[in-house]
Design a protein around this ligand. Structure first.
Ligand code: CA
Length: 523
């Protein structure tokens, strides 16, 4: 710094320039590899590092123990495809154009972080669940599931030697197969003379939770504890919470509950294992003829065990990746990240699924290991987001972060020092209504202590004190004693909407507006 202050000496200026060049070339030589392991619908409260009461995830825990665990990583829009689009672009849904699952394909011609990483010398690969409809762009290699992809024997989209996009058949359990393919890419296919960004993205543990051969009988003789709010009656909040269609009691199908013939795409060997696992349990269930609450309790056990069985295969396969990095010595120069596209309801509020700004779906798990940079066993409580992932990856790689990205690099936080101006509040916006599970459109703000939600099409508001009411059962919106806090949050919400350039009119016009049906606004 002293050299910078001595502006009168041209010799000093030259020394500074030489120093800057030397630093940047050293930095360039140190560009680390990144392995980004990402799942679909894995809630933080089904990870033992996050205090799970219901399962153990030793390999994800290892990443946390050897790195940093984030307690407040919030998703901007708690649903699969939109979360992925935010990660690729560093922009909210209203700017990247991907508001909902099942609508228009992701516009792959726009700026994404993998394209920018390639410009600074990275080799990039995307293996597993893509879920954005369009053909992946910005990758030296991709091998992706088609749409959601099945749990067993998935066809996958890749390119052949001539560079043409082709669909290839595969046999095996998808979580294992995706890991096999990622390891094959690391071992054989990548060129090896460049740092790499590997996006290893699992389908699991997405609905309808089909366990793999290794875990069909895990948790068999265990009673999984029920969450406190399994029997929520939705009083104390706006109508939205009662009007959804995502309850364990009423909205799981026989397919979800494995009370039908099972998946129709299994090999004879897979089918044999499947039937051996489910048939005796299903026979016992039918014989018991459970009714009322007992039946719902059984449904919770069936649902949660299948979910956790899928999670255990994910964790096993993360162990395989970590072992490979250890065995090859790559671990020292590789940032390993585990996250999932949003949180998930493990029976809380009587629900499965996601979508809401309530904590269970708002919080994404995020653990990051980077030997020599991230302090092992560190825990961070700053508000970070999937909106920051692109910026952070670029920063890690020493690339310039474009001005039009909306998040911030949390590299300083990884290095142990939170910037003084780091965000204290967070903006959320969910759009998929009408849609699966009938969760009303809403946006809101939280500072991690209080939360204000606007169900804007219902003209309903909710507000929660997360310290006094961590389960978000009693809205305090409109209460006199909270008037000051409410006013502060309302102003902050307006400021954030302006800051992020959210249009006043709902920017997602992919369906007729309420009470104003128009035929011409379908995209
Ligand atoms: Ca998801």
């Amino acid at each position: 710094m002293k050299l910078f202050m001595n502006k009168t000496s041209s010799i000093s200026a030259l020394v500074v320039m030489a120093g800057v060049l030397a630093v940047s070339s050293v930095e360039a030589a140190k560009q680390p590899n990144v392995v980004f392991i990402f799942t679909d619908d894995h809630s933080a409260h089904a990870i033992s590092a996050y205090g799970s009461r219901i399962n153990k995830t030793p390999h994800i825990d290892r990443i946390a123990q050897e790195g940093m665990r984030f307690k407040k990583c919030y998703v901007t829009n708690a649903i699969c495809g939109p979360s992925r689009a935010v990660i690729l672009t560093g922009k909210h849904s209203h700017l990247n154009g991907f508001f909902q699952n099942g609508r228009s394909p992701f516009d792959g011609s726009q700026q994404t972080f993998p394209k920018l990483l390639r410009k600074v010398g990275y080799e990039t690969a995307m293996i597993g669940k893509w879920h954005l409809k369009s053909v992946p762009t910005g990758f030296d290699h991709f091998d992706v599931l088609i749409g959601q992809g099945p749990y067993y024997n998935p066809p996958m989209r890749t390119t052949n030697d001539a560079g043409e996009v082709v669909v290839e058949k595969n046999t095996g359990y998808t979580t294992d197969l995706v890991t096999d393919k990622a390891l094959d890419w690391l071992k054989q296919e990548r060129k090896g003379d460049k740092p790499f960004m590997l996006m290893l993205q699992h389908k699991a543990p997405h609905r309808n939770w089909q366990p793999g051969p290794d875990h069909l009988n895990s948790f068999n003789n265990i009673e999984i504890p029920e969450p406190e709010t399994l029997w929520d009656d939705y009083t104390g909040r706006s109508k939205a919470a009662a009007n959804q269609t995502m309850t364990i009691a009423r909205h799981l199908t026989p397919n979800d509950l494995k009370l039908n013939a099972g998946p129709n795409n299994l090999t004879p060997e897979q089918k044999k294992l499947w039937d051996a696992a489910y048939q005796p349990k299903n026979d016992a269930f039918l014989k018991a003829n459970l009714q009322g609450k007992d039946r719902i309790k059984w449904m919770y056990q069936r649902y949660i065990k299948d979910y956790l069985r899928c999670v255990q295969s994910v964790d096993d396969n993360i162990g395989r990746v970590l072992k490979y990095l250890d065995d090859t010595g790559l671990a020292d120069d590789t940032v390993v990240i585990y996250s999932s596209d949003q949180g998930w309801y493990l029976g809380e509020h009587g629900w499965y699924d996601k979508r809401w700004m309530y904590e269970e779906s708002l919080v994404m798990p995020l653990v990051i290991r980077w030997p020599g940079v991230v302090e092992p066993g560190s825990i961070n409580e700053d508000i970070v987001s999937n909106l920051d992932f692109a910026e952070t990856f670029l920063d890690i790689a020493g690339a310039t972060i474009p001005d039009d990205m909306q998040g911030k690099s949390f590299l300083p936080i990884l290095k142990g020092s939170t910037p003084a101006d780091w965000r204290k509040t967070f903006y959320y916006h969910y759009y998929e209504f009408p849609g699966a599970h009938s969760v009303a459109r809403h946006y809101g703000v939280t500072d991690g202590h209080y939360k204000l939600i606007n169900f804007y099409e219902n003209k309903d508001w909710e507000m929660f004190d997360l310290t006094a009411d961590p389960n978000e059962l009693q809205s305090i919106y409109g209460r006199k004693e909270y008037a000051g806090i409410q006013s502060r949050l309302e102003k902050e919400l307006a400021r954030l909407r302006k800051y992020y350039n959210v249009p006043k009119e709902d920017p997602d016009s992919t369906r007729p507006k309420p009470r104003q049906k128009r035929a011409n606004n379908k995209k």
